[in-house]
Design a protein around this ligand. Structure first.
Ligand SMILES: Cc1ncc(COP(=O)(O)O)c(C=O)c1O
Length: 366
């Protein structure tokens, strides 16, 4: 047997959301009848402009993609209101940027701070570089970052601090004063993960002028409806961005992903509509799920809702299984550190999907 690094032998596999094909074949359900509310995707589907551009782009995929991505960086920069030199674009989504940070910053034994529960991929990626996770606290009851726990966790080994806002899977926002308190406490890199920021009000770009240890992480997988194309980006100061480019895989953004990202950014109507539908669906689901006395749903600023199902007496494994049998995929949250076996996360759907989901939910819990 080939000898791999110790950490590779120890690593638990990452648990992603379930796919429609997997559930269709396991439960013998027509894929068209499945409602996928498990991976925080865009229920509107893809921008029509992106589809047209992709069709035209098929003819040139025998050529390598762009490596410097100047045109796309300009478009992303103008969308975000920053300069192209502030931007790095990842070809395996925002997850690739996390990997680039691991390559560029983490030496064996270095620490990174994650308030839990939060996005598990931070830990999954950085442990491969022998980074050591140090856990701070997200107060789930209050749906609020325990900022003191983050500051207390900082040591001279800390290399990255992750602050996810809105936080996945809880949906709560981090107050900008709390982000500033963390930035003021350290010279270490602070990654503010804004994967879902379009569904909330405001963002933290204004802090970039003040802090050169801030990196803002974003993705095309949510509001831009391109999860399957794997495009992410980060915004930080140009010197740091230049260093990150040195370790980023050169051709990771495919020609088709480039074309789809460009076309979607030009489709302002689609973006506006995606935000509107996402927020409407979130509020519809919140209002209707709040009517059930034996589940507790947390208010959210993202495109998903965290639900405490403890009072149903059914754990998340059994609960999600019951939903799957009826053709609904939601996220079982037991793989999120900091949550036990009684939490699920429900992503927004179309209004029609939401209504069907509420009926199915009712049939299980009442
Ligand atoms: C908080 C958060 N950050 C980053 C990502 C990664 O997004 P991408 O699909 O661009 O890799 C996700 C994906 O679900 C996420 O929830």
């Amino acid at each position: 047997m080939v000898k791999v690094k110790k950490i590779v032998m120890e690593l638990d596999p990452y648990v992603p959301g379930r796919s429609i094909d997997e559930i269709a074949s396991k439960y013998n359900i027509n894929p068209d009848d499945i409602i996928k509310l498990g991976s925080n995707e865009n229920p509107l589907g893809v921008s029509k402009k992106a589809v047209e551009t992709l069709e035209r782009g098929l003819d040139s995929i025998h050529q390598y993609p762009e490596s410097n991505l100047e045109d796309l960086k300009d478009k992303v920069a103008s969308y975000a209101g920053v300069k192209a030199s502030n931007i790095i674009i990842g070809g395996d989504g925002a997850d690739e940027i996390l990997d680039v940070l691991g390559k560029a910053l983490i030496e064996p034994g270095d620490e990174f701070i994650v308030p839990i529960p939060s996005y598990m991929y931070y830990e999954f990626t950085l442990r491969i570089y022998d980074g050591v996770p140090v856990y701070a606290k997200w107060d789930v009851e209050e749906n609020k970052l325990d900022v003191g726990s983050v500051i207390d966790a900082i040591s001279n080994k800390t290399k990255i601090i992750f602050l996810c806002t809105p936080n996945n899977p809880t949906g709560g926002l981090i107050n900008q004063n709390d982000i500033k308190r963390v930035l003021d406490s350290t010279d270490t890199l602070v990654v503010v993960d804004e994967a879902y920021i379009e569904f909330a009000e405001g963002n933290n770009l204004n802090l970039l002028d003040e802090y050169d240890n801030l990196l803002i992480l974003r993705t095309f997988s949510k509001v831009f409806g391109l999860a399957g194309m794997r495009i992410g980006y980060a915004i930080s100061n140009p010197e740091f961005i230049e260093l990150l480019h040195r370790v980023k895989p050169v051709f990771s953004l495919t020609k088709l992903s480039y074309a789809a990202a460009s076309a979607t950014l030009e489709d302002e109507e689609y973006i506006k509509n995606s935000i509107k539908i996402g927020i409407q669906s979130r509020e519809f689901l919140y209002e209707n799920m709040s009517k059930f006395h034996n589940i507790h749903v947390y208010p959210s600023k993202a495109n998903y809702l965290l639900v405490d199902i403890r009072k149903t007496g059914i754990n998340s494994g059994e609960f999600t299984e019951e939903l799957l049998r009826r053709g609904v995929i939601v996220r079982d949250c037991k793989s999120f550190k900091g949550l036990d076996d009684y939490w699920i996360r429900v992503s927004v759907g179309t209004l029609e999907e939401d209504k069907r989901f509420i009926q199915i939910l009712k049939s299980i819990i009442e």
